[in-house]
Structures are given as C-alpha cells and as structure tokens.
Unconditional design. Structure first.
Length: 428
C-alpha cells in the first residue's frame, strides 16, 4: 500500500518486477531508460533488468507518466514482485508522489562498493608533498557506454578513454559525459636526482570482482552438467576446401564458415536424430525440428541465441539470423524466447586461433559441437608430388552417453563431414 500523510492518493499503477525467464527469482536493475516526469507510451523501453540468463529490456505496457522510481539504478537481487516504479495517468499527478513511501517494499541489496585493492604495508619514511593532480588514467579494454552517452561524446569530441563511468560495471552514462571535465596536463617532472629512491611498493595484490546473476547461473549450469552428465568426446578432421571455394563463388552473399557449419549440423541432426534429443529424466525426447544454439561471448558472460528451424533455412537466412542475434546478444537486447531452448549447440573458437577443444554440454541437450580453426596441412594424394595441401578443420562432438552411444555419435560426425566436404548437397 502507498501512503502520504494528510494527502489524497491520485490514481496510480505500481509496476512490479516480473519473471523475465522461467528460472528467474531475483533481478538487478542495470539502468533506467526513463526519468521521473517523462511521458511513457506503450512499448517504450523503461529499464534494463539483469536476470539469471541475460540483460533484458523491460518495456512499458501502458501509457502514462513516470511519477516515482522506487528501486535505484544498480540495485542487485531485487525479488520478483517488488515494486519498481509508479506510473500515473496525468502529468499533474506527478508532484503528489514526490514524498511517497512504499510501506510494503521488500528489502533489496544495494550495489556493492567499487572493488578496492588490498593495501600494502606502510612505508616507514614520510610521504613527499602531494604534487599537482595528474591526468586521469586512460581506461583500458572494452568501454561500456549507453547509446545516448556515446552520441553526446562524439558531438563534444570527448575521448571515452578519459571518462570514468558511474553506471553498473563502470558503464558510462549521459551524466558522465555532461559532467566530464578534461584533465589538466601534469607539470613537467623535475630532473631525477643522482640516486633515485627505490620504487614504491604496489598498492595491492588482488581485486575482488562482484559475481553477476548471469555469471552465477553459468557456474551453476556448468557444474550441473559436468557432475550429472556422463560426457564423452569424439573428434574428426574435416576438409574445408570445397566450403571455402563455394563461399568464394557466392561472394555476392556475405556468408561465414560458421553459417555452413550450422547448416551441416542441422542436416546431420536430421540424419541422426539421437543427437538432436534431450534427456528429461523419465524420457528421452527426440526433437523433430533442429533449433541450433550458437554460443556467443558477451561482456557479462556466455549466452546461446537460437537459430530456429535451421534444418529448413537457407545459408543466407542462417547468416542473417546469426548476425542479428549476435548483435543483440552483445548489446544485451535478446528477449527470453531468443535464447531459451534449442536442441543442439555449436561453440566455435576457430576465430581465436584455437585448433581444437572440448565443450561442456548444455543440458538438457544431448550434444554440443566444439569447432576449431582451419589450417593448411599436407595430405597424401595420387599425383606426381604424392601430396596435396588442404584446409583442414578439427571438430569435437561432446555427447551425453545416457542418450547417444559412441557409434551413434561417430555416425553423426560422418554425416556432418559429408555435408561440409560436398557443400553443394546442402543447397539442394
């Protein structure tokens, strides 16, 4: 219930945190996309909520005005059903909610303080007088920034490497750009003395990084997979010469090698449906459609958006789907139905120079394919030289032995290799 001493409460709608994924029990308010007083229309992005699966945009379901934000940006572990904000019908009602207090608010944890390095032992010698402030240290690695802040920075010619982000995980917000003051140049350093003092001891030896909801779930699911699924692994080398040649011939269509791999995997799953199955404790569900989950690395962790009905889609359609899904995944814009489910998973690390590896099965799926990069190798051949040079790619199929026997997994790899070594058959 809402209360305000000695005042009448105008008509309001209390927006509670909904379940944005089937397993979600709590969420983190990453950031608010609307400010108090702004007009809201149906479908507007109100906030971004980090669930146990991904960061998802929370949209407004009705028109009105944002009168009160109840959960601060960056608040972690907000329970389902907790009120997030108040929406009113009339702009004139906004002022009435300035001092409103929700008497039934469930306690939520506040954002953890910024990680601080462990202090080193104090030096016995006194510290020298403080010098003039030096420029802020340049930000290293990937810069997280909202689209609006990025636009403002470009207009003002601000170097993002010099901006400290105040948002969650160091994200740069619009306020950071508006309040940014370029650092002053440090004064010239005095000439070094003949005998320079020993360098100062490091300020710390470690940094504690808070664990996000997504990282917790990744850890739980991987532990569950390795502890409950009897994995075994089958590897094979695939000659990719014809795929690379066909890709070159289809140069008017921007296809990646991964698009061919997804299509070949889907068709192999039709040939060997045991590998397109799920272990459900009481039954083994053999799926009649192939929905391929494609592992994508994002700033917050691994996520597997799905190419639905990959077995009936053409290479162009698969390429378009993968490009769109990967972009949405990295921007945190995936909707739950775009990454929940899937019948078979592909993890490709070939673009990072990895030759081969073994992946952990994504339950309740029965298989996951780990794809390495292509490399030129000398292969025996019936010609004058006695050998040929071929582009060979190593793949490893991880199988759940409860569902897929060794010979069946080997059969799947044989079908997969046939499609890639004669890719024209995938176009028929």
């Amino acid at each position: 219930c809402w209360r305000l001493c000695h005042k009448i409460v105008p008509a309001l709608t209390s927006i509670a945190l909904p379940a944005l994924s089937p397993t979600m029990t709590m969420g983190t308010v990453q950031r608010w996309e609307k400010k108090v007083g702004e007009k809201l229309s149906e479908g507007d992005l109100l906030a971004e909520i980090e669930t146990d699966k991904a960061t998802i945009g929370f949209e407004v379901q009705e028109e009105g005005y944002l009168a009160k934000i109840l959960v601060a940006e960056g608040t972690r572990d907000v329970p389902l059903g907790a009120p997030l904000c108040i929406i009113v019908e009339k702009e004139s009602d906004i002022a009435a909610f300035k001092d409103y207090v929700e008497t039934g608010v469930v306690e939520v944890s506040t954002p953890p303080p910024a990680p601080v390095a462990a202090p080193a032992a104090a030096s016995p010698s006194p510290a020298p007088p403080a010098a003039a402030a030096a420029p802020a240290a340049l930000r290293k690695g990937r810069v997280f920034i909202s689209p609006l802040a990025k636009k403002l920075a470009a207009e003002k010619g601000i170097n993002l490497a010099q901006v400290s982000g105040s948002g969650p995980d160091g994200r740069i917000t619009r306020k950071d750009i508006e309040n940014f003051v370029p650092p002053k140049a440090a004064p010239a350093a005095p000439a070094a003395p003949a005998f320079a003092p020993a360098p100062a001891a490091p300020t710390g030896t470690f940094t504690d990084i808070p664990i996000s909801n997504i990282r917790k779930v990744i850890a739980q699911r991987l532990m569950q997979s390795k502890q409950t699924i009897p994995h075994y692994y089958l590897s094979v080398d695939v000659n990719m010469d014809q795929v690379l040649e066909l890709r070159k011939e289809l140069n008017n269509i921007k296809l990646s090698v991964n698009d061919f791999i997804i299509k070949a995997s889907a068709l192999a799953c039709l040939k060997v449906p045991e590998c397109n199955s799920s272990w459900l404790d009481t039954v083994i569900r053999q799926n009649h459609v192939v929905d391929v989950s494609v592992a994508v690395s994002t700033a917050s962790g691994l996520i597997t958006p799905i190419v639905f009905n990959a077995h009936i889609k053409g290479l162009t359609s698969i390429s378009s789907d993968v490009t769109a899904l990967a972009g949405k995944a990295r921007d945190g814009k995936l909707q739950p139905h775009e990454f929940q489910g899937g019948t078979f998973t592909i993890s490709n690390l070939g673009m990072f120079g990895i030759k081969n590896f073994s992946a952990i099965i994504n339950p309740p799926q029965a298989c996951i394919l780990a794809v390495g990069g292509s490399e030129k190798r000398l292969m025996p051949a019936d010609n004058e030289k006695g050998f040929d040079v071929a582009n060979m790619m190593s793949v490893t199929l991880s199988c759940d032995h409860r569902v897929v026997d060794g010979a069946v997994g080997a059969q799947w790899l044989a079908e997969f290799r046939k499609f890639l070594e004669k890719p024209v058959t995938m176009l028929l």
